[in-house]
Design a protein around this ligand. Structure first.
Ligand code: ADP
Ligand code: GLC
Length: 482
């Protein structure tokens, strides 16, 4: 049995802004099920704490003031969660990273440096919990300073740093490096400095015993200029320590046969529920109800990464196709506004919900025919896996984890029954439109369509295999610890 401290800035269902929360809310459970002692460390955001009461806690003094660490469990599980509470850092409502104006909170460096410092104290068993991990598993920039700060500790745990999205690096002006009182030797391009800025991600990339990312394909992509976000040199240098492990999905939360968030459950043996969900979805959005026209859906952040700009550019042509478009998302205001504009032009063809809505995301997965993910880059992506599980055929660009998890509908794949979606290559409106046309064509060829749905629904996206790979990675990190 291994003792693992899992440090993260969000975990479902406590708090979620994206896929990191899904991973943090399910990988620890899978590791736990394999007999390991995993404990999550994350901030006690005000909204999160408001839903919990009477939690035991411990107080410690930290640079930056008094910190209280609450103890709870990941809801419905026996996985312990330590919530780091600090009045100045986490005691505010709203998005964990962004202020109401959509810009990062101005004190994000201080907030997440505090999380990292507490992470080190927990890792070194200096809080009084009587528990010392062998592994500290850090996730994305918010926890990136932990491997760096652990460097000097005697008898420290081994460290693993998972890149969920290399585009977010926790970059801050040089003054903050001074303000945070980080050891001077960290101010070097071989350490936390990145072109005269402080970079939290480099704490993980430079110092972690092992680095991984969330798909094998993205692990290769980030060693090149196109996807490396300036880190490609460093990653190439450490490539013997870098690997890719595909994310799993929470197969209980995302199970069409039992999902309490959808009106009609279904499975491969009886798909009538899916049909009913389509009608429910159409009704929900006041679209005309029927099965002749395909419902094409998108759920996700409306940002360039996800190719939302391509979809907007493709809109005139998409509206010439026999489809209804359903979009649930939030993100950059300019894209949100343009989508709104298109929705008012085509109120009976386009359904749009701006904002975050977990239950609606489930209904969309359950009720749509096609799911569009034209991402520019995608470290893993989860919705294409949810889609396949719900018999909703994904149309994806051949990038990152999308390429690793969707089998294109080539004649050969169709023949052997592995085809589970439509994959296109170029980042262009033309390629997106051609893929959509091909998918609509398949939608009308029922025997083929059923075969594609079946292949997707039968795929194993469980965490079990990936959790085992993480255990192998932890062993390698222990071997590599210096
Ligand atoms: P990323 O983490 O890059 O945003 P992922 O595909 O890994 O992308 O994960 C996104 C997760 O967030 C999925 O579980 C998706 O269903 C969910 N999600 C994204 N936007 C919304 C939204 N507006 N409402 C509900 N769920 C959303
Ligand atoms: C990031 C990536 C996404 C990935 C998620 C969970 O947010 O953008 O592709 O699925 O992390 O690892």
């Amino acid at each position: 049995m291994k003792k693992i401290l899992f440090a993260t800035s969000e975990a479902f269902p406590l708090i979620k802004t994206g896929g990191l929360a899904d991973v943090s809310g399910s990988l620890p459970i899978a590791l736990n099920a394999l007999g390991h002692d995993v404990r999550i460390l994350m901030p006690a955001y005000a909204d999160l704490l408001a839903g919990l009461s009477n939690l035991p806690s411990k107080r410690i003094n930290q640079t930056g003031g008094m910190v209280e660490i609450f103890e709870t469990m990941l809801p419905g599980t026996t996985v312990p969660v330590w919530l780091v509470s600090h009045e100045g850092a986490f005691d505010r409502t709203g998005n964990p990273y962004l202020a109401e104006n959509g810009k990062p909170w101005i004190d994000n460096a201080e907030r997440f440096a505090l999380l990292c410092r507490v992470g080190v104290e927990v890792a070194m068993n200096r809080i009084g919990f009587g528990w010392k991990p062998e592994i500290v598993h850090c996730n994305d920039w918010q926890t990136g300073l932990i491997p760096a700060l652990l460097e000097d500790e005697v008898d420290r745990p081994a460290t693993v740093y998972t890149i969920h999205n290399l585009a977010y690096q926790g970059l801050f002006p040089k003054e903050l490096f001074q303000k945070l009182g980080l050891p001077q030797r960290f101010w070097s391009h071989n350490s936390l400095e990145f072109y005269d800025q402080l970079c939290f991600t480099k704490g993980g990339l430079v110092y972690a015993d092992r680095i991984n990312t969330v798909s094998p394909n993205y692990a290769v992509e980030i060693q090149g200029k196109e996807f490396g976000c300036g880190m490609e040199g460093l990653l190439k240098q450490r490539k013997d320590r870098l690997s890719g492990i595909i994310n799993g999905i929470d197969e209980d939360a995302w199970n069409p046969a039992t999902d309490p968030l959808i009106p009609n459950t279904f499975d491969l043996s009886d798909m009538t529920g899916k049909q009913k969900n389509k009608f429910a979805l159409q009704k929900h959005f006041n679209l005309s109800v029927g099965n002749n026209v395909a419902v094409l859906a998108m759920v996700g952040r409306t940002v360039q990464q996800k190719g939302i700009d391509l979809v907007i550019e493709a809109m005139p042509k998409l509206m010439e196709m026999p489809l209804q478009l359903v979009i649930l998302g939030s993100g950059e205001k300019k894209y949100e506004q343009t989508l709104k504009h298109w929705q008012t032009l085509y109120p009976d063809r386009i359904a749009l919900k701006l904002g975050y809505d977990e239950a609606l995301a489930h209904l969309i997965e359950a009720g749509s025919d096609l799911f569009l993910m034209p991402s520019r880059f995608e470290p893993c992506g989860l919705n294409q896996m949810y889609s396949q599980r719900y018999g909703t055929v994904p149309i994806v660009r051949c990038v990152g984890g999308l390429a690793d998890t969707v089998e294109d509908t080539t004649p050969a794949n169709l023949e052997i029954g592995t085809a589970s979606g439509v994959v296109f290559h170029e980042t262009s409106v033309e390629a997106l439109l051609a893929a959509t046309l091909w998918a609509l064509d398949l939608f009308n060829k029922k025997p083929q369509w059923k075969k594609i749905q079946r292949a997707g629904m039968q795929k194993d996206f469980s965490w079990k295999q990936s959790a085992r790979k993480y255990l192998d990675l932890y062993n390698l990190a222990l071997q590599d610890r210096h």
